[in-house]
Ligand binder design. Sequence first.
Ligand code: KIV
Length: 286
Amino acid sequence: MAGKKVSIISLHEKKQRSQPICMITAYDYPSALAADRAGVDTILVGDSLAMVVLGHESTVQVTMDEMLHHCRAVRRGVQNAYLIGDMPFMSYQAERGEAIRNAGRFIKEAGMDAVKLEGGREVAGTVRAINDAGISVVGHIGFTPQSVAKLGGNRVQGKTAAAARRLYEDAQSLQEAGAVMLVLEMVPDRLAEYITCHLSIPTIGIGAGPACDGQVLVLHDMLGLFDRFTPRFVKKYADLGGEMQRALSAYREDVAERRFPAAEHTFSMEDAAWEEWMREMEPDKG
Ligand code: KIV
């Protein structure tokens, strides 16, 4: 495919030129191929994989090996987009050395350009350590799904002045620690704008209003492939779930009514070959 590989430098240049950055999640080869062909700047192999692909209740169940497996599939579908692998719950919180080694696996074994991890000042030391090991890190603050139980559900974060200050300081400490980009999830629009204006690294919003440097959506939400719930910030661009259901029902009915396979889906055998085969198998009938 034509085009140029997107780098962290080109993403930072987009912020400087006020050009919006487009990020989408993807989890497999065909979706990565489509996203790359659509020209999105960056693809996140999100730990939302746990819910939208693997059917778990939350993101915390997905493992390092599952994440790497899907990152490798995405890698094979992409030529240009900047690739980010999401570090799963408990792959970076317990111990810094383990965090560096796990981050390294995303780069070395799965061909990612960067890793993402959730949290504010409490993970700044880990972000710095991974960054010092030569690995780019994307931060993620606001609503952080790996802490859904602690946060008491899917809630907008930073709604009071004190909470806004905390988020702003978290953003600053992640930037100081070397984060190359920052995802802001479910943050009031004015606060997201303020943070965006006061950081030199790009902010990528999801439920954080239009003033962020870029936007990200979960692929299965925007394509209508995940119907357990749809957050208010999602814009649905297609109903592929409905399409899939219609196609599968039509297929089942066609098989039941012997409408499928039709002649055009069927292979035939030359008469001479068939007759020879019959003579061999059923000589008495000849
Ligand atoms: O895992 C994910 O899909 C994410 C996005 C919501 C940013 O972290």
